[in-house]
Design a protein around this ligand. Sequence first.
Ligand code: SF4
Length: 503
Amino acid sequence: MGIVIDEELCEGCGKCVPKCTHHALRMAGPLAVVNNKYCTDCGICIDYCPSDAMDLTENVVGDTHESEDLVPDESGVKRVVINADNPCIERAEEGCDDCHSCVKTCRAREKKLLDPDFQICLGCGQCIHTCEGKVLHPRNSLDKVLEALQSGRTCIAYTAPGTRVALGDDFGEKPGTNVEGRLVSALRAMGFQYVLDVNFAADVTIIEEANELIRRINGEGTLPMFTSCCPAWISYAEYFYPDLLDNISTCKSPIGMEGALIDSYFTKFKQLDSKDVFTVALTPCTAKKGEILRPEITGTDAVLTIQELSSYIKTYMDFEKPQPQEFDSFMGTGSGAGAIFGNTGGVCEAALRTAYHTLTGQELDAEVCEPLHGMNDFKEITLKAGDVEIHAAVVNEMSSALPILDSVRNGTCQYQFIEIMNCRGGCIGGGGQPLLREEDEFYVKKNRIETLYKKDQNSACRTSHGNPEVQKLYADFLGEPGSHLAESLLHTAYNDLSSSVKK
Ligand code: SF4
């Protein structure tokens, strides 16, 4: 069995897509398409289709791409342009046989990017996973990192929330297994003197972001406020929605904050000279390789993806051997709220926990935010915090963001706070994660998401404002959230790049 969509009847309203809990439906151009490998024949979409365009069929032809191929590629683009100076992704052009896989992925997941005369790469790396010829890769930063490790400089690594639940995939672990301890050991064995946790900086991001949200709700700034952690989303806004740049939180991403704090706070505490320090962010994300090149993002010298680390470990180490180790204790402790940053909905939930505490003095019952869990394209919640009602929404994947972006543009948006992450599932689904077959995507990402929620549930501290290391950072160094020093180190600005887009 499977679902068939009548193209004559489908009006492209997209109402079916968020109803599919198995993520088997998405919009491609003007039509809904179904991935029958994920479809469980539950038929929920049929009930929600106002045009009666969907039906169950026994005649499912082939696999996932059959339905997608029915959508003509009007652009004529054969391969997504990856320029030689693309900082995030590289392609062995001679090995590419123009199979269109990257084009289909970019069109379905990113939208608006495939004008035949002008193509914009956000650097998200989703095409790496669907490239049939396996000629697309994260831009190599491993050589630069290995050179630094040999140079005698003090090398510091920090690991993003979603990395620990994916590295194990490449070493025979069940998808979603948390290999945090072995990841830390492997980085120390590689030669890093310090291994820190970006979950700490995620907590700092939340302190600043929740503070900013409350200020905006109180009339100081534009609403709704979008999250700002995802560099692919930031680039998307800079190219296609420059009129909404004031709506984006000015907070740097956790990697941006981590780099700035190492450069200032960490080196001061450890009495290191910044010039002798080399810093490496380990991320699920290829787009971060571009983010650290922005002039206002300082303190991170290289971004290494899990794919690159994995290739190093496979060549030089036995990943079974290292005994699990803990992060360094200074800037090495994150809360449960920091851990869930890797999941779609996690940033929003973490910020609401802290905003609620700031507004009421009480801790928010974590279960209140469960509507923000899961892989649906769109999720929402209304949270009453004292006299304030916060309407928040979460967009899972870039292509799902267009309706809400347009609603902000035309003044009909009802939300005050909106999380947008480029990758399906959030950063646990980043382009730099171990290669993932499309048919395994839902299961693997679901496992990664569940593991991060379990980490949160089992954490001694589940809120960013409750993290003792973060409290110490503010007490000893930053002062108040939004202080002059916090603004200068932890906040940023955006650029209107729309003139680069062909009209
Ligand atoms: Fe990178 Fe996460 Fe954005 Fe994907 S969702 S582009 S992994 S920051």
